[in-house]
Write a new protein. Structure first.
Length: 301
């Protein structure tokens, strides 16, 4: 049975539906002799005739063996067509894509990426997972957003520099930029020591300022709520400030830092040497476009 070919089953189905080899040949775009050869090859494989050929104007009819073969053959033909359709959708950009992300990207970049992908490829299957591990791994992901480079056999595309800003309660600092040294000894709320957070805090320490971290949370909204409550100020990237619409909150103020801290870098990663599906390749292009369209921090914050 492993030698049965889909084209032989397709010819058999056409003959059964058309009632003759000639009409089946016209429908399939073959010569009648080609169709006859395909049926002969099929009959050799299954070990007997699949059609009764009465001759003359009478239509050909399936033999009992032919009925068994065609009954199961239609399932194979349907599966083959489904495979062809899936490959065609994949080549056109539809299919499945698995993307790893983190909070800021999930809020400010990924929604536009998802919307544009679905607009262009309505049938696509987009799977998202959000976490911020200390040592991220691509695993089975097609793409992974991360604030920094990751180790391993991966390629990457840098999307943007995301500068750190000081978010404080209204009236805590004078309007305008704040010297980093002013943070020495002051209470701060902060992210856990994962991702770019350790590098940022080390940069603050190198400036000579050692603020007191009184609370840590991985949830941006929680940190901002604590700033509003007066527990402390926070050093947060521009994407967080932008995504939470902090600039319109009259209980909060956003300040530039002098000198500024090194920005965190947002990168998009994928396995080195992996052939991208059209959907994944398009997702990379859209992510680059969306990142370039983000507004910059206001001068003087």
């Amino acid at each position: 049975m492993s030698t049965i070919e889909v084209r032989h089953l397709a010819a058999m189905a056409a003959i059964a539906e058309e009632g003759s080899f000639g009409r089946a040949a016209v429908r399939l775009g073959y010569t009648q002799s080609t169709v006859s050869q395909q049926i002969a090859a099929l009959e050799r494989t299954v070990g007997g005739p699949v059609f009764d050929r009465p001759g003359g104007p009478k239509p050909v009819r399936l033999t009992p063996l032919g009925s068994v073969v065609l009954d199961h053959g239609r399932t194979l033909l349907a599966n083959a067509q489904a495979l062809a359709d899936a490959v065609e959708r994949f080549q056109a950009g539809d299919g499945r894509i698995d993307i790893g992300t983190f909070q800021s990207v999930s809020s400010m970049i990924l929604p536009s990426v998802v919307r544009r992908l679905r607009d262009e490829h309505p049938g696509c299957d987009i799977r998202l997972s959000e976490e911020e591990p200390e040592q991220p791994q691509l695993g089975d992901l097609d793409l992974l957003f991360y604030d920094g480079r990751i180790d391993g056999d991966v390629e990457h595309r840098k999307l943007l520099d995301d500068p750190y800003l000081l978010v404080a309660g209204a009236g805590v600092f004078p309007e305008g930029p704040v010297p980093l040294e002013r943070l020495d000894g002051l209470p701060m709320v902060a992210w856990p020591l994962t991702c770019d957070q350790p590098a940022m805090e080390q940069a603050v320490a190198r400036s000579g300022a050692r603020p007191r971290v009184v609370f840590r949370s991985a949830v941006n909204d929680t940190l901002l709520s604590m700033v509003r409550a007066g527990l402390g100020s926070a050093l947060l990237p521009w994407l967080v400030v932008l995504g939470a619409d902090v600039l319109s909150d009259d209980r909060l103020r956003v300040h530039e830092l002098r000198p500024s801290l090194p920005p965190r870098e947002i990168h998009l990663h994928w396995q080195a040497g992996r052939i991208h599906s059209p959907l994944a390749a398009r997702a990379v292009d859209i992510a680059v476009e969306v990142a370039a369209e983000l507004p910059p921090p206001p001068v003087g914050a």
